[in-house]
Design a protein around this ligand. Structure first.
Ligand code: ASP
Ligand code: MG
Length: 409
C-alpha cells in the first residue's frame, strides 16, 4: 500500500470554511491513488484558549487532567474534517490518539511516542477510507491520555509516516515554507527550496516555529523527506532531506528566540560533582536547559549560568535558589528579558571567519553579546531582547541570505 501522511496545522483548519478546503486537498491527494492519513491540529488558537481556561480554574493545573482537556481541541478538528470529507462523498474515519494506536511514555505534558500499533490504521486504509488522526496526543498505560508537547502534531505525522512506511510526509502550514529568517522580522528573507535535517533541527531548536524538532528527528532516523507546504496555495514549499543530497552552503538561516531568560548561580564551590548536582536538580523538575555556561574559575569558585525558555524561568530560579543555599554559593541573579540569535548552516565548521562576521555585524549595530555558544552547525549569541530585531536584520544582511539559492545535487 502506498501511503501518504499529511499534517494540517491549526490555522489551516481554523474555520469551517478552511476545513472544507482542507477536505478538497485531501480528496485531490486521494484521487492520485495513494492511501491518505491526515493528521490535524486543534483549530486556530484552541489549545491556548483551553490552557487559559484551565489556568483560570487553578494556577497549577494537574498534568493528567490538563492533557485530557488539551486533547479535546484536536478531537473537534478531526470530527469536523471527517464530516467534511464524508459530505463530499468520500469515505473517512476520525481517530483519536488512543484509537490510532499511538503509544507513549507516561509524561502527560511532553510525552514521547514509544511505538505505533498500526493494525487499526491499516484496516481502515485497506477499506479505502481516508484516516483523520488527532495530532499531539497519545496514550500510555493502556488508557491514560497524554500530549506530545506544544506543536506536537508534526511529531504525530512523522511517527505515523515512519510506522506506515510512507515515502514522504507533508506538513501543511500557513507559511510558504522554511525561510532564511522569519519574514515578519526580515522582509527580504528567502524561502529555501531545500534544507538538511540537521540544519532544520538546529533552526527549530533555536526558535524557528515552523516544525516540531522531534518530527525532524524521526524523519531523519527513518530516512524519508518532510515537505513543508502552504495549505492556502500551490506553492512548492521546502523539502527537508538528507544533507548529502544538497549543495553545501555555509549559512542557511538566522533565527531568534525572544523568549528566554538567563539565571546565574554565583560563586559555587569548584569541586567535582557540583555541576552534576545543579543540573540534576533542574532535570528533576523537568526544566529544559538550553545553554549552560560555567565561567572561568576564580580562586576556588565558579559562576554557573543557564539559559531557559520563559516558561521555565520561575521554576528554574526557585531550583537555583535552593541549590544556592545548599551549596553555600553567594547568590542567584536572574534576567528574564533576554533573546537569542543563532546562525545555522552545515558549512559553519568548514568555513573560516563565520563567527567573526556575525559578531562584527552585531558590533556595527552596537549590540552587546552577553553569552556565546557554538556547535559545528550553529553559532548562538544571547543578547538584550530589545535589540533582537535589529540584530537579525544585520546578520541576515551580512551573509546576504536574501539571495540564497540552495539546490539538490
Ligand atoms: N494543538 C497543539 C498546539 O497548539 C499541537 C499542534 O498544534 O501541533 O500546540
Ligand atoms: Mg500548532
Amino acid at each position: 500500500m502506498n501511503v501518504l501522511v499529511q499534517k494540517y496545522g491549526g490555522t489551516s483548519v481554523g474555520t469551517p470554511e478552511r476545513i472544507l478546503r482542507v477536505a478538497d486537498r485531501i480528496l485531490a491527494a486521494r484521487r492520485t491513488g495513494v492511501a491518505v492519513v491526515s493528521v490535524v491540529s486543534a483549530m486556530g488558537h484552541t489549545t491556548d484558549e483551553l490552557m487559559e481556561m484551565a489556568r483560570k480554574v487553578t494556577p497549577n493545573p494537574p498534568r493528567r487532567e490538563l492533557a485530557m482537556l488539551l486533547t479535546t481541541g484536536e478531537q473537534i478538528s478531526i470530527s469536523l474534517l471527517c464530516m467534511a470529507i464524508q459530505a463530499k462523498g468520500a469515505r473517512a474515519v476520525a481517530l483519536t490518539g488512543l484509537q490510532s494506536g499511538i503509544i507513549t511514555d507516561t509524561n502527560y505534558a511532553d510525552a514521547r511516542i514509544k511505538r505505533v500499533r498500526t493494525q487499526r490504521l491499516r484496516q481502515h486504509l485497506a477499506k479505502g477510507e481516508v484516516v483523520i488522526v488527532a495530532g499531539y496526543q497519545g496514550v500510555s498505560n493502556g488508557t491514560e491520555i497524554t500530549t506530545l508537547g506544544r506543536g506536537g502534531s508534526d511529531t504525530t505525522a512523522a511517527a505515523l509516516a515512519a510506522a506506515l512506511g510512507a515515502r514522504t510526509c507533508e506538513i501543511y502550514t500557513d507559511v510558504e515554507g522554511v525561510y532564511t529568517a522569519d519574514p515578519r522580522q526580515v522582509p527580504n528573507a528567502a524561502r529555501l527550496d531545500y534544507i538538511a535535517y540537521e540544519e532544520m533541527l538546529e533552526l527549530a531548536g533555536s526558535g524557528a516555529q515552523v516544525m516540531h524538532p522531534r518530527a525532524v528527528e524521526i524523519a531523519m532516523r527513518f530516512g524519508f523527506p518532510l515537505l513543508v507546504k502552504p495549505s492556502y496555495s500551490d506553492g512548492a514549499g521546502t523539502v527537508i532531506t538528507e544533507g548529502s543530497k544538497l549543495e553545501s552552503v555555509a549559512i542557511t538561516g538566522v533565527t531568534t528566540d525572544k523568549d528566554i531568560g538567563k539565571i546565574a548561580i554565583q560563586k559555587v564551590p569548584d569541586r567535582p560533582g557540583i555541576a552534576a548536582k545543579i543540573l540534576s536538580a533542574l532535570a528533576r523538575e523537568r526544566i529544559h536547559v538550553r545553554l549552560i555556561i560555567q565561567s572561568v574559575n576564580e580562586g576556588n569558585v565558579n559562576d554557573v549560568t543557564i539559559v531557559v525558555k520563559r516558561e521555565f524561568i520561575e521554576r528554574a530560579s526557585a531550583v537555583l535558589e535552593r541549590m544556592c543555599r545548599s551549596l553555600k554559593a553567594s547568590g542567584v541573579v536572574c534576567d528574564p528579558n533576554m533573546a537569542e540569535i543563532s546562525i545555522v548552516g552545515s558549512g559553519i565548521a568548514s568555513t573560516s571567519g563565520v563567527a567573526a562576521r556575525m559578531f562584527k555585524a552585531l558590533a556595527r549595530k552596537n549590540i552587546n553579546i552577553d553569552l556565546i555558544s557554538t556547535s559545528t552547525i550553529r553559532i548562538a549569541c544571547v543578547i538584550d531582547r530589545r535589540r533582537v530585531d535589529d540584530a537579525v536584520r544585520a546578520v541576515h544582511d551580512e551573509f546576504k541570505l536574501g539571495r540564497l539559492k540552495r539546490r539538490a545535487v
